[in-house]
Design a protein around this ligand. Structure first.
Ligand code: PNS
Length: 167
């Protein structure tokens, strides 16, 4: 029987509830979902790849068909290496679409056998991004409902920001 393996690639600095929502949706549809964290020497992330891998593994441990890894180099090569036929990407709003479409076309040019599948996360996460999460955490705002509590503790520790006092 044909098993469909999908790769969900990204930076995940840090993972958000939007990422986790997409992982759950992907795990429901594909036989196997490989979450691939890019080892990117150009960006200076807040969390190391190993820390991001740990956070994602903590949050997805209950999903039997989900694996969390890191990768270097071209996504199409990584996908081929893992036997994946699908790249899963989340689209939040029209503003994401141009960037996502450009990547999808380029990946298709590099490997026509690889399909990009776009999925919408829950509406509640349509404005959520790792960048905004980092900014809100730095400025002491509430992240309730936006990231898992385990990620929030690490984030506040990394930034040296105390947890919010209840109002
Ligand atoms: O979470 P992000 O930062 O939007 O993820 C971007 C990612 C990791 C999907 C993209 O940068 C990527 O696939 N990089 C791997 C290198 C590559 O294949 N580049 C050509 C893509 S068109």
């Amino acid at each position: 029987m044909k098993r469909v393996i999908a790769i969900y690639p990204g930076t995940f600095d840090p993972p958000t509830n939007g990422h986790l929502d997409l992982i759950h949706r992907g795990a429901n549809i594909f036989d196997e979902l490989v979450v691939g964290i890019l080892r990117n020497s150009e960006k200076t992330p807040l969390f190391t790849v190993d820390e991001r891998m740990e956070m994602l593994r903590e949050c997805t441990g209950q999903l039997e068909n989900v694996r969390v890894e890191s990768f270097e180099g071209l996504l199409v090569d990584y996908a081929r290496d893992r036997g994946a036929k699908v790249v899963l990407r989340g689209v939040r709003a029209v503003s994401d679409y141009e960037y996502e479409l450009q990547m999808a076309w380029m990946n298709r040019k590099l490997d026509a056998s690889l399909e990009t599948v776009f999925m919408m996360s829950a509406g509640a996460y349509s404005y959520l991004s790792s960048r905004l999460v980092r900014e809100i955490a730095t400025l002491g705002g509430s992240l309730a409902g936006l990231i898992p509590t385990s990620v929030e503790s690490r984030l506040r520790e990394r930034l040296g920001v105390a947890p919010l006092a209840p109002k």
